[in-house]
Design a binder for this molecule. Sequence first.
Ligand code: ARG
Length: 459
Amino acid sequence: MADMMWAGRFSKQVDAGVNAFNSSIAFDGRMYRHDIQGSIAHATMLGDCGIISKEDSLTIIEGLKGILADIDSGKLELDPNAEDIHMFIEAELTKRLGDVGKRLHTSRSRNDQVAVDIRLYLRDEIKEIYALVKELAVTLVNMAIQHTETIMPGYTHLQRAQPITFAHHLMAYVWMLIRDLERLEDTSKRMNYCPLGSGALAGTTYKTNRKQTSDLLGFTAPMPNSLDGVSDRDFCVELGCALSLIMTHLSRFSEEIIMWCSWEFKFVELDDAFATGSSIMPQKKNPDVTELIRGKTGRVNGDLVTLLSMLKGLPLAYNKDMQEDKEAIFDAVDNVKLCVKTFIPMLSTMRVLKDNMRNAAAKGFINATDCADYLVKKGMPFRDAYKITGTLVAQCIEKGVTLETLPIADYKAMTDLFNQDVYEAISLDTCVRERKSEGGPSPDAVKEQISLAQKALKL
Ligand code: ARG
């Protein structure tokens, strides 16, 4: 086992089991680019402030760039026995540059180094997730444009309630995703402060320039408190929340698609490329993608709970517990990207079975509210109209007919306010067309919200 960089005060080498237990390179190795980016900014500042010579600063920067190129090309492999990515890169630099390499860590601790690395890493990941979630929202808007006239039942308690359109239903998810995008932007903004220069916890005695490293790395400003600088992981929790909500939205939608694929609904049919068969039942076509998304939501929620539980008892400032932040937030990030990437093509290739949606909307007395509203518009108080309609529905059930096919005589027997025009008032098309209140399902109202969403998505 190699000597540790901090070996000075120790008389023995670390136990091999403890070394493996302690090591984080298996999961923090993925931050090598960001670690080098942070180190280049730090070395630049050290040189400009005269803390190390300009020449050493330039040599270190060139050395770091060489390491980056070699890891990128696969020429240099990460050593699985290294304690973490920070130690690995510094050791490699020293191997290449000798004493000059040993000057890089002046006025810095791994505590502010790792805090900067995660921020830089997550900043890039958030950009990718933002683009994916936006692409999903745009896919849904484009589907909605095709379906402003596609009538389907709207549900409460999973009971047919009132008629809506498929476009209206899809747009509900678009608004959830728009809020997700806002949350990602917000998290990114609040996270974008630079901990570098906080040192181990109590700053440094060197005359550093924290604004310079912050500017070089594209942060808004240095973090104002060195203790908070090294011990803050709020941004991991915030991002974890934002990711959990994205998954929650995908999961609710997945649950609906799973139901819609069943013979009981048959509102949609997945493309064969996005469904799977059974090893025993030849007739099966299973919506595995959506089930996995629903399942992985539990896992991403678990990541969030891991982060919250890890932080809740930690005294200031850095504690090794915080190394546990990475696997949790990386897992959440990886899974959200995977799910959104798979969901988009699955949705856009899904066949919408309009007739089945319409037939389902034609059953279940979905127009009963409209029948009551017909009477209200003729002057009857709503509660009375509600009661009469309820009685009519009960008569229909008994006779095995619908409100559309119940004879006018039965209507008139309840009140003279009913005329032949009731059939037009309770037809499915009228029920949808007339729900033109702001945010409602009528084709015109949905077109309005589509253009609002397009504006929000900057399309
Ligand atoms: N691998 C560590 C982590 O992820 C880096 C910081 C180590 N700091 C320390 N004082 N041991 O948190």
